[in-house]
Structure formats: C-alpha cells, structure tokens
Design a protein around this ligand. Structure first.
Ligand SMILES: Nc1ncnc2c1ncn2[C@@H]1O[C@H](COP(=O)(O)OP(=O)(O)O)[C@@H](O)[C@H]1O
Ligand SMILES: [Mg+2]
Length: 229
C-alpha cells in the first residue's frame, strides 16, 4: 500500500534577490512498512525533503501526497492534525522538554488526542517498554545519557502508534554502541508494528540497517536501491 507519492517535486528557497533550488524534480513513492533512508552529503536536500513529507513545509512546484493528503494544499491547521494523528518525529538533538520527566515527555503528544488519563498511562508505559526505559519514568532528560534521551524520543514518536516516523540524522550525536542500539530498536518496531520509518542520514551505521536507500545529490535523486537481506 502506498502512503507517500511525490511527483515532480521542486522546492526553491529565496536567496538574496534570486532563488536556490533545494529539491529539483523529485518523483518517489513510499509504501507502508518501509525502512528507508534518504542519504547524501550535507546540503543535498535531505532535511528539506523530510520536512515536506512531514507537512512542515510545502512544495514550490509538483506535488507530495502523504496519507491521502495533498501537502501543498493543506491549511496550517489540517497539517497539524495530520502530524498529530499519524506521524512521529525524531531529531538529531532529541528535542526533549528539560523540565518534564521521561513519562511526561512521552505523554506529551497524547495530550492533543482524545484519550483519558488511564489510556494515556498505558500507552506511555507500553512505549517506554518498547525502548527498554520503564525504569526511568521519573527521570528528567538531564539525568539521562544521549542514547537514553534518543530512546525517550523514539518512545515519544511511537506512543500513538503512528503510520509514519520521520527521523532526521537520529544517530548524529550518538556513539557507535548507542547508534546500533537505537537502530535495532527501530528495526524491531518496523517489523512488529509495520511502522514506516524514513531516515535522513549520512551515517554508515544507519545505512547498514536500511531496506531501501535513496541517494540525493544536489537536490536530485541519483539512485534508489532496495536492499535484499
Ligand atoms: N529555509 C531555507 N532557506 C534557504 N535555504 C535553505 C533553507 N533550508 C535549506 N536551505 C538550503 O537548501 C539546501 C539543502 O538543505 P538541507 O535540506 O538542509 O540539506 P541536508 O539535510 O541534506 O543537509 C542547502 O543548501 C540549504 O542551505
Ligand atoms: Mg539535514
């Protein structure tokens, strides 16, 4: 089942008096349950593409359809609803709220959904169990290692059991052991829950786990390989 259809997508950013083309005529389809990396050197357009898929930005030309919604035509409010209901985000810098506990950080996306306290608690504990952190519910981010922070961020992205998780350079701040640990966790969630993962990365440790590798260079797709394991 296809959940993302990108057709002749062009993204330009204003640059002084002219424009810079960050994505140049991209056409790609993504199916449910993929574990796919958008790889390429810094500045090749990975984050820009991920942001458009995540409805955080919109195309200049062409189209991006995500979960049956036309990203370029969504109002700010409709885009927020799409993200809130169906997408999880993981960032290089974890983006945890420092004054909140691990439990509260993971619960946060659920506060916008129509769930009662006990349903929320169950979902949070379940998500922390997926990443092996149920013993840290009361800790705050400053008391955790980088690897643990990123596992909390994965739990936060997964807590509503989204169709799609977008991860931008998720291992950039992690050492090798923690990188493998979080990749193994996401690989397992992909297998068990069929969650679709799309990564932006140039980390070889991530690339090794991918089932599909899309190479971006200067805003163009120059390779798209399925990896048979
Ligand atoms: N908001 C923006 N305004 C202007 N230029 C941008 C903006 N976002 C990204 N760019 C430019 O687009 C290109 C691709 O950026 P990005 O998608 O962040 O690449 P990557 O994630 O592969 O490193 C870069 O040259 C970057 O400077
Ligand atoms: Mg980037």
């Amino acid at each position: 089942m296809e959940i993302i259809k990108i057709d002749k997508l062009i993204k330009r950013f204003p640059m002084g008096k002219s424009e810079f083309t960050a994505l140049n005529n991209i056409s790609l389809h993504f199916g449910k349950g993929e574990f796919t990396g958008i790889v390429g050197p810094s500045g090749s357009g990975k984050t820009t593409l991920l942001n458009i898929i995540g409805s955080l930005d919109s195309p200049s030309e062409g189209s991006a359809r995500v979960l049956d919604q036309d990203i370029g035509k969504l109002t700010t409010k409709k885009a927020a609803i799409l993200r809130r209901q169906h997408m999880g985000f993981i960032f290089q810098t974890y983006n945890l709220l420092p004054v909140y506990t691990v439990f509260e950080n993971v619960e946060f996306p659920l506060l916008l959904l129509n769930m009662n306290v006990s349903e929320r608690k169950k979902a949070v504990i379940n998500a922390l169990d997926w990443v092996g952190l149920t013993d840290k519910v009361k800790s705050r981010p400053a008391q955790l290692s980088g690897g643990e922070c990123q596992r909390v961020a994965i739990a936060r992205a997964m807590v509503k059991n989204p169709v799609l998780v977008l991860a931008d350079e998720p291992t950039a701040n992690l050492d090798s052991e923690n990188s493998h640990h979080i990749l193994q966790t996401m690989e397992r969630l992909n297998k068990e829950l069929q969650t679709t993962f799309i990564f932006a990365t140039h980390d070889d440790k991530v690339i090794r786990y991918l089932k599909r590798k899309i190479l971006l260079q200067d805003g163009k797709v120059t390779a798209d390989d399925s990896i048979i394991k």
